[in-house]
Design a protein around this ligand. Sequence first.
Ligand code: C6P
Length: 413
Amino acid sequence: MNAAYPKRSLDVEKIRGDFPILKLQVNGKPLVYLDNAASSQMPQAVIDRIVRYQSEEHSNIHRAVHYLSELATKEFEEARVKVQKFINAKESREVIFTRGTTEAINLVMHGYGRAFIGRGDEIIISGLEHHANIVPWQMLAEEKGAVLRVIPMNDAGELLIDEFEALFNAKTKFLALTHVSNALGTINPVKQMVAFAHKHGVPVLLDGAQAAPHQVLDVQELDCDFYAFSGHKMCGPTGIGVLYGKAQMLEKMQPYQGGGDMILSVTFEKTTYNVIPAKFEAGTPPIMAAIALGAAIDYLQSIGMANIEAYEHELLAYATEQVSSMPGVRVIGTAKHKAAVMSFEIKGVHPHDVGTILNSEGIAIRTGHHCAQPVMQRFHVPATARASFAFYNTKSEIDKLVVGIRKVQEMFS
Ligand code: C6P
């Protein structure tokens, strides 16, 4: 495990001081930022790292012998090693930099799915997936004549494990599953589900967009074949994400895009491909963003992922208790194991109006279908209001959310 950080409670006021944006006033009120599942905020250390890179280190990488190119290459590859250690991958070549979770999943669909999934084969996904882990598999199924099978859930938003197991048969070729649901916060029992899939010889991709920012990760312990996540949800910049893949899987896959670093040699007759990870990093990669993601990982680890997880769990429990005891408010997604996401609806008020009124109080939440329309359909709602927490949020911010919800109810009563 890579959780070797001392267990301690967080000094949240000190941590908040690291985030310049948290000092903002919005509509004359102090910003209460509860939209972390969409994108988290950036600490000064990461902002400073971006400025230093752009002011003193920037160049293209892997292409020249001059000082700046060698420096940028070294920093970029060191960022890869930071990611490797953060997720406890066996080797740094198992870490592919992508633009985000969406691109990482699409890479697997193209590189693995198009090569190894054919007519009549079955791909299992779950009813909890974000569109990024539905649509690519649907596109593949359409192209190949394969079939999408969906794991159902109960009214709490927990996957039905018996039904999951019953989906497997000789035609099952792939499992693509979210680690944590972005719409409901459910944490899936992924280790157990990966083990079951492997018993049937089925490889597994885990969508870790909502897990990587909130908990200790160990891809070797999970034993997943692929793991995807985004930098901008874990204090890094947009435009950078990670695909972890077991080396033996990545090696047998087809490249996703052609050009730049992914070649070994090119003639008009034939191109030979580079080894991993370069094989999947065509063109100039997001160098600055990768280095900034490395700085974000340093920052998160200085706090400790286990400490972050414990603190956010406390926040979620507090928020759930406060909000679910309010008359006329329903929390949607009541799984036993949840991460820092709370979806809710206020009786008689459209979530969009909830978001607008809370915004007038300086409170940022997300409203809508959260790019998870099948989850909305399962709960028979067009949309939800969603508060999502980070380790820099406080119980007093949750109190402000509760006051805001009361204000919404008063305005609509
Ligand atoms: N969810 C949310 O507000 P990208 O956009 O590629 O960084 O991440 C896509 C993605 C994939 N899987 C899950 C589980 C996600 O939550 C997300 C992004 C954001 O919930 C924006 S839609």
